[in-house]
Write a protein that binds this ligand. Structure first.
Ligand SMILES: Cc1ncc(C[n+]2csc(CCOP(=O)(O)OP(=O)(O)O)c2C)c(N)n1
Ligand SMILES: [Mg+2]
Length: 663
């Protein structure tokens, strides 16, 4: 990856045009808030930099209309002023400067530090104290995508991190905005997506004495247990190192979420521009390769060579690694069947002869040696034990993971292979080059037979054109869409809508399926869709349960505003799991049902996008094709039989059941 391939800017020392003394920012936020100045630590008031209204920068639109990436400088006359001795004095981290010293400030140092490290997009939501940061970042050529709720911006940043291996940046205001972004940060950490939540925060002195500042909250303390690392920067001179630490923490080793706390007054702090430039840090080799120990590789190979019924399981760690060639080589040279976890689908095509996706229960039960590649033995794999894994002690595990602590997390790992996935897989490939024997034919044939049986069983269900639609009929139509458009990105959430789509829709290319991940969290759909479109420029098909969509639906405005090629299909079955629940007392609607016959398509129309309601699989296919051909923001309200779903989709067994609860 060319994560840090951008050349560092050296223009930050250019003289910035003189500006008249700036007035406080007009009260776009609470009118009564005394925002006279974010004074640096010396208590000397420093006027705020005027908000910029950069002319000549086109409105953000589709990928083709992007403004050029502007190197760090102050080309629009919005940079810090020079020659204000009071301001130079006010800087805590530098001694007083003379009249001629050109200054920079916290705002620009943050932007310059991000740019220096190849970060070109920010997902966020403006407000005190980061409104100007967003404006200035946009003026300086970064893409700044503004959302309607921080959780969606956070989800966008997280999936941008997954897709690019660069940390996705989410920018929020203090307390409530920070908390709104925090769910996404915690979810990113759980899913090993690299992201940095940057939140403005209130005055430390007031927060720490709990004196009731505007949006007072000890954000750093709250974020710490929910992410991989958390940092706060108090001095402008430390912005460079703070951002460097955040980047490295997010992407090195097992990736995850990082919190970066930037108190309001940091942004207005000034320091000499030359010293500011020197203080920036370009992170060298942010996610260094971690080679597996040769004896660990040999141990894994020895175990694999003795296997009669070997199986490889790919997790989303494998797709994140972007080691696609090594992974293909491992499967094809070894001849070992593979099972992709949800977001690893497409790493090799689901239609590959060695894909065991359609024989999942057979291979889990009957395999004798299982190679886990970037997949954890968590609840999604029944912790590696129990009924679904066959007779106790019937198999041995080889596990590839960059995190040593992952080994033996649930059961014994016979051959731990600690290192980055690309290096570990390459080492295995090297080891199977000579004298390798393909797995016994009866194992391959057992899987093939099971697959054929299951595929045949499913075929008629997928081709039904009933109205109202059931899940299979609707998904059969979408399955064809993805077969015909394999480079589209599929975003998917819901319960039945998720579980059934995962099984039905084949994927053909790596990192094309984005879904609820480890937690099964609802509400990722629109954030993921926005970031997928922005980061890849590919069309996006978001297949959403009506409940799932409700968590993030307002972002259809964002999709329209940025004119993104996103087609949202809402599987409208009038509720969570089903639309048939009732209140036993007859007083209120049942707890899992929504307004019957809701028209989600109207939401998209409200913002200038295209809305359609469909009632048959044929209509659905035609509407999706039209949306994807046009590239226009579209929402298709797909009417699904309210009685078609099952409680909690495929994981109803996780619902606690008391003998006292009538079922
Ligand atoms: C943040 C969050 N809140 C609640 C849940 C519980 N939950 C799981 S699936 C789901 C919605 C399922 O309904 P829908 O999206 O309409 O899918 P359907 O089964 O109807 O296709 C909910 C609320 C969750 N997973 N995440
Ligand atoms: Mg539903």
């Amino acid at each position: 990856m060319n994560f840090f391939s951008r050349k560092p800017s050296n223009k930050s020392e250019q003289a910035a045009p003189q500006q008249p003394a700036a007035a406080p920012i007009p009260a776009a936020e609470p009118a009564s808030t005394p925002i006279t100045a974010n004074a640096p630590d010396t208590k000397t008031p420093v006027p705020l930099i005027k908000p910029s209204y950069p002319l000549g920068i086109p409105r953000p639109g589709s990928g083709s209309k992007l403004p050029p990436y502007v190197p760090a400088a102050y080309p629009l006359g919005i940079g810090p002023k020079k020659g204000d001795p009071k301001k130079a004095e006010a800087t805590k981290s530098e001694p007083a400067a003379s009249e001629d010293v050109e200054l920079t400030d916290g705002f620009h140092l943050v932007i310059d530090a991000l740019k220096l490290n190849g970060i070109d997009t920010i997902y966020g939501l403006p407000g005190i104290p980061i409104t100007d940061l967003g404006r200035l970042a946009q003026a300086e050529g970064l893409r700044v995508i503004s959302f309607r709720h921080e959780q969606n911006a956070g989800n966008a940043a997280a999936i941008a991190g997954y897709l690019t291996k660069k940390p996705g940046i989410c920018l929020t205001v203090s307390a409530p905005g920070f908390l709104n972004g925090l769910t996404a940060l915690a979810n990113a950490t759980t899913n090993c997506f690299p992201m940095i939540l940057i939140s403005g925060s209130s005055e430390r002195e007031i927060v720490d004495l709990q004196q009731g500042d505007y949006e007072e909250m000890d954000q750093l303390a709250i974020a710490k247990p929910l992410c991989k690392a958390a940092f706060r920067v108090l001095h402008a001179a430390d912005i460079g190192i703070g951002i460097a630490r955040a980047i490295r923490a997010a992407v090195s080793g097992r990736p995850g979420g990082v919190y970066l706390d930037l108190p309001a007054k940091l942004f207005a702090q000034t320091m000499p521009a030359a010293a500011g430039k020197k203080s920036l840090v370009k992170v060298i080799d942010p996610a260094p390769a971690q080679l597996p120990a040769p004896h660990a590789v040999q141990r894994a190979l020895d175990l694999l060579k003795g296997a009669k019924r070997p199986l490889i399981i790919f997790g989303k760690g494998a797709s994140y690694a972007q080691a696609d060639e090594e992974i293909r080589a491992l499967v094809e040279k070894s001849g070992i069947p593979f099972l992709p976890m949800s977001m690893a689908k497409g790493l090799l095509p689901d239609t590959h002869p060695l894909c065991a996706g359609a024989a999942r229960s057979t291979v889990l039960k009957e395999s004798d040696v299982v190679v886990l590649i970037g997949a954890r033995l968590n609840w999604l794999l029944s912790h590696g034990k129990g009924k679904s894994w066959g007779a106790p002690g019937s198999k041995k595990f080889i596990q590839i993971d960059i995190e040593p602590k992952e080994m033996d997390s649930n059961i014994e790992i016979a051959a731990p292979l600690v290192g980055d996935i690309g290096s570990c897989v390459a080492a295995l490939v090297k080891g199977i080059d000579g004298g390798w024997q393909a797995p016994p034919a009866d194992w391959i044939n057992t899987i093939k037979k099971k697959k054929e049986e299951n595929v045949a069983k499913m075929a008629w269900k997928l081709s039904n054109n009933a109205a109202p639609m059931d899940f299979h009929g609707a998904l059969g139509a979408l399955r064809t869409v993805i077969r015909e458009r394999p480079d589209a990105i599929l975003v998917n959430e819901g319960a039945n809508t998720l579980d059934l789509a995962r099984g039905v829709i084949d994927m053909y290319q790596p990192r094309k399926r984005l879904d609820v991940g480890t937690w099964g969290v609802m509400g990722i759909g629109m954030g993921f869709s926005v970031a997928a479109a922005i980061e890849t420029g590919k069309p996006v098909l978001a297949v959403e349960g009506d409940s799932a969509f409700g968590f993030c639906g307002m972002e259809v405005e964002t999709i329209c505003r940025y004119e993104l090629p996103v087609c949202v299909v809402v599987f409208n079955n009038d509720g969570i799991y089903r639309g048939t629940d009732t209140d036993p007392t007859g007083r209120d609607p049942g707890t899992t049902v929504f307004v019957k016959g809701a028209r989600y398509d109207k939401m998209m129309e409200a913002f200038g996008g295209h809305g359609v309601t469909v009632t048959t699989p044929h209509e659905l296919k035609a509407a999706v094709d039209a949306a994807m051909d046009s590239g226009k923001p579209t929402l298709i309200n797909a009417v699904i039989d309210p009685a078609a779903g099952t409680e909690s989709g495929r994981i109803g067994n996780l619902n606690p059941q008391s003998v006292l609860t009538k079922k």
